[in-house]
Structures are given as structure tokens and as C-alpha cells.
Design a protein around this ligand. Structure first.
Ligand code: GTP
Ligand code: NA
Ligand code: MG
Length: 290
């Protein structure tokens, strides 16, 4: 894409950190809803996407699971995000999945903002967290470094405005842009088979504008978008860069983390997907021969 075709798009912010440090609760506080309580056992199983309006500025938030089983999702989250909000519980500290989130974010060249959560708890020790952060190369601003840290309590809704201010500040300095006037390319952030609707995929659009009726390919899967919903479940006809949407009309369930892109028509989409299927089969046979 040429520079003159690029126009501003909303920042994509991914919330990461160790299991139970309060990622979903922080997003709940931001959204003022209660998602955590409705999750099975309070454990996040997928990357949830939501679009939030902060003082007229759209920001897209992705939640990720902190459980160690979801390493791939942290890597994926880091790859599609502009900013990582690293949630660290003030009464606990830097744990294995915190370190993983730091590494994935650094490898992807993503800006990290640290939310020191659970400040309401008796054992909260933000200085200890800051000390530990420095050991991973994240030196807090108030200690002479350039890592933004914000003490918060997701439970008590404290520090959330400051956190949002910092997110907007970082976003403003970076000026994220994309070309909305081209065939769309995005990433599958989650996908499942719904009994009634068939394959359902959540797509984060990265370039171009994804439209109702578009022919799409994602790995071995093809289709034509026959319905599209925003993060509130509202039917929409288009999705611009940075916007997450749920789509229906795929032939099968795509792999999360895979790219999805628009092609000229359904026949082309089917042909490309068929070639991918053949390739996958060939590789499988090769593996069996070895
Ligand atoms: P996973 O998605 O499973 O990795 O967890 P998570 O990081 O999303 O944590 P979650 O928001 O599910 O919160 C875990 C527990 O910590 C829940 O019992 C929350 O109520 C509690 N919690 C979260 N934030 C705070 C806080 O600011 N203060 C206190 N006291 N408890 C909190
Ligand atoms: Na949890
Ligand atoms: Mg969670």
C-alpha cells in the first residue's frame, strides 16, 4: 500500500498476563460489564474481542487466556496487536506466563503498558513488581526508564481512567494506519462450529474493508460471507481495519491464527482452498513415508 492510501485506524490493544492476575476483570472494568462471572470457571478459553469508545476514540481490546496451555494464543495475540496491556497482580508478581507475554510482545515489537492490578489487596506491593519488571528489561518511568506502569484495582474500578489515558497517549504517538480501500486481509482470532449457524469465525480485519458477500479464503477453508456481526452481535455490512467481526458462510472451521483474505469470486476461493487441502494431504503422506 502506498503512503497516501493509508488512513488512521483504531489501535488494537491485547490484555495479557499470568492466569488469574485479572485480565478479564480489567476489561470488565473498562467495559463496565461483568464478563468474568459468566465464564466457565472464571478461566478465559479464547481471545474475546471488543470495540470500546473512549472519549470519541475507538479502541479495540482483545482478551487472552493466562493459562499455560494457551501459549500459542499469547504468541498470536502479540502478533496482531499494537499495544500490550500486561496485567500483573500486585500481591503476586512476575510469573511464567507474565514472562512469556513480555517475550512475545518484545519479539513482535509491541509497546507494553503494565497494569499493576489488585492494588486493593492487603499484600499488594507495587515496588516489588517494579523491581521484578526491571529484571526483564522493563524499567518503570518513575524509576528512570520508559515503561509505563499504572496501579489499578479492577475490582474497585480504581486507576482505570489513568490506564485508558496511557493507552490513548501511546496510540496517539504511534498513529496506526491502514488502507481501507483494497481487498480485505485479516486474521482469524477464534473459530468454532455452531450447531445452527455452521462454521463461525471471529476475524480481526487488518487491511482493506471486509464486506458482506465477499469471497474469502483462509488456509484450506473458503466461503462467501453471508452474515457479519460486530462485537455487540449487531448485523453489519462492512468492517474496516482493526475492527473485529464474526462471520458466517465458511465451508469449514478455519484455524485460529490463520490469515483470511478476500479474492475475486467464490470459484477462485474454492480453487485456492482446494490447492491448500491437496498440499496438506501431500505433506501428510510425506510424513508417513519418512
Ligand atoms: P485467566 O483468563 O483465567 O487467565 O484469568 P484473568 O487474568 O482474566 O483473571 P480474572 O479477571 O478472571 O480474575 C481472577 C480472580 O481475581 C477473580 O476472582 C477476580 O475477581 C479477582 N480479581 C481481579 N481483579 C482484582 C482486583 O483488582 N482486586 C481483587 N481483590 N481481586 C481481583
Ligand atoms: Na481467571
Ligand atoms: Mg480471563
Amino acid at each position: 500500500d502506498k503512503e497516501e492510501d493509508l488512513i488512521p485506524r483504531p489501535p488494537v490493544v491485547t490484555v495479557m498476563g499470568h492466569v488469574d492476575h485479572g485480565k478479564t476483570s480489567t476489561l470488565d472494568a473498562i467495559r463496565n460489564t461483568r464478563v468474568t462471572k459468566s465464564e466457565a470457571g472464571g478461566i478465559t478459553q479464547h481471545i474475546g474481542a471488543s470495540t470500546i469508545n473512549i472519549n470519541g476514540q475507538k479502541v479495540v481490546f482483545l482478551d487472552t487466556p493466562g493459562h499455560e496451555a494457551f501459549t500459542a494464543m499469547r504468541a498470536r495475540g502479540a502478533n496482531i496487536t499494537d499495544i500490550t496491556v500486561l496485567v500483573v497482580a500486585a500481591d503476586d508478581g512476575i510469573m511464567p506466563q507474565t514472562v512469556e507475554a513480555i517475550n512475545h510482545s518484545k519479539n513482535a515489537g509491541v509497546e507494553i503498558i503494565v497494569a499493576i492490578n489488585k492494588m486493593d489487596k492487603e499484600g499488594a506491593n507495587p515496588d516489588r513488581i517494579k523491581q521484578e519488571l526491571t529484571e526483564y528489561g522493563l524499567v518503570p518511568e518513575d524509576w528512570g526508564g520508559d515503561t509505563i506502569t499504572v496501579p489499578i484495582s479492577a475490582k474497585k474500578n480504581e486507576g482505570i481512567d489513568e490506564l485508558l489515558e496511557m493507552i490513548l497517549m501511546v496510540a496517539e504517538m504511534q498513529e496506526y494506519k491502514a488502507n481501507p480501500n483494497r481487498k480485505a486481509v485479516g486474521t482469524i482470532i477464534e473459530a468454532k462450529l455452531d450447531k445452527g449457524k455452521g462454521p463461525v469465525a471471529t476475524v480481526l480485519v487488518q487491511k482493506g474493508t471486509l464486506k458482506f458477500g465477499d469471497a474469502v479464503v483462509s488456509g484450506c477453508v473458503s466461503g462467501k460471507i453471508r452474515a457479519m456481526f460486530d462485537d455487540k452481535g449487531k448485523s453489519v455490512k462492512k468492517a474496516k481495519p482493526s475492527i473485529p467481526v464474526q462471520i458466517l458462510g465458511l465451508s469449514d472451521v478455519p484455524e485460529s491464527g490463520d490469515k483470511i483474505y478476500v479474492v475475486d469470486d467464490e470459484k477462485i476461493a474454492r480453487n485456492i482452498a482446494q490447492k491448500e487441502q491437496d498440499k496438506a494431504k501431500e505433506e501428510k503422506v510425506k510424513k508417513q513415508e519418512n
